[in-house]
Write a protein that binds this ligand. Structure first.
Ligand code: NAI
Length: 260
């Protein structure tokens, strides 16, 4: 697989999955533009600072991007310990605002890849909450909307990933006339700097999952799937969510539906 000649944006490129994705994309020949609130000095051809919790910062950052973007990897995210407002702003509203603005600079045939999570797998049970959030929430009212919907700090991370998975599916054909597609990759536990935060906030559930798995993922397990979704080889994959979790989602679903 080659990404020669492609201009690819990676958010969250300063750390963890984003940093490894930037490294692998460059190795495959892409020109990588790293976007993060922290400076990115390695594995990128250009760095554009952005605070995804702030629409003004997103506007300034997009103005600094070149035209001719081939792929956007939305990887930046914050864990549940950040609290409901930062979680919903960065993981959902910022991701969506950046995507909307980058589309104007994206080439036809482009690809958008959202890093969601196994934590979002419960979206089918939350469709009412998701639709109400989508209808009403913006950067200014997100706290009160989450209050009304009963989304607290603990639920926020799960909900943020559910909303993005649903949004990705809802937009499977939105830019079909331009050949632009959007997909998600959902990791399970990945050893990165925010992993400790997940263990802290998910408690017993995370510990149960850890006992089931032979090991945690590392960013090297996730980045190749993101790279594949940026490539033309994955052109017929649209609007879907690809679990990359060592089998955990299959296990959970088999248990839930009595298959094992
Ligand atoms: P990380 O903490 O290593 O990297 C996150 C990056 O996002 C950092 O470089 C950070 O500076 C950036 N970021 C955070 N807030 C930002 C903001 N307001 N504006 C701009 N950049 C911001 O974490 P990791 O693990 O690499 O996470 C990447 C994605 O993977 C996240 O969306 C996370 O939810 C998801 N994920 C992680 C899992 C894990 O176990 N580590 C499991 C499943 C999904």
């Amino acid at each position: 697989m080659s990404l020669e000649g492609k201009n690819i944006i990676v958010t969250g490129a300063a750390s963890g999955i984003g940093a490894e994705t930037a490294r692998q994309l460059k190795r495959l020949g892409a020109k990588v533009i790293g976007m993060d609130r922290n400076e990115v000095s390695e594995n990128v051809d250009q760095f554009v600072a952005v605070d995804l919790s702030d629409p003004l910062s997103i506007g300034d950052a997009v103005a600094a991007l070149p035209e001719g973007i081939d792929a956007l990897c939305n990887i930046a995210g914050v864990p549940p310990t950040a609290g409901v407002v930062p979680v919903m702003k960065v993981n959902v509203l910022g991701l969506q605002a950046l995507t909307g603005a980058v589309l104007d600079k994206m080439n036809n045939g482009g690809s958008i890849v959202n890093v969601t999570s196994l934590a979002g797998a419960g979206w089918p049970a939350a469709t009412e909450q998701i639709l109400k959030f989508q209808e009403a929430a913006d950067f200014d009212n997100v706290e009160s909307i989450c209050d009304q919907l009963g989304v607290d700090d603990q639920r926020s991370y799960f909900f943020s990933k559910e909303v993005v998975i649903a949004w990705t599916m809802q937009n499977c054909w939105t830019w079909r006339d331009r050949g632009i597609r959007m997909n998600c990759v959902s990791p399970g536990a990945v050893e990165t700097p925010i992993h400790a935060d997940f263990l802290k906030s998910l408690g017993e559930k995370a510990e149960k999952n850890r006992r089931l798995m032979d090991r945690n993922a590392t960013p090297k397990d996730i980045a190749p799937v993101i790279a594949f979704l940026c490539s033309d080889s994955s052109g017929w994959i649209r609007g879907t969510n690809i679990p990359c979790d060592g089998g955990m989602l299959s296990h959970v679903q088999c248990e839930m539906h009595g298959l094992i």
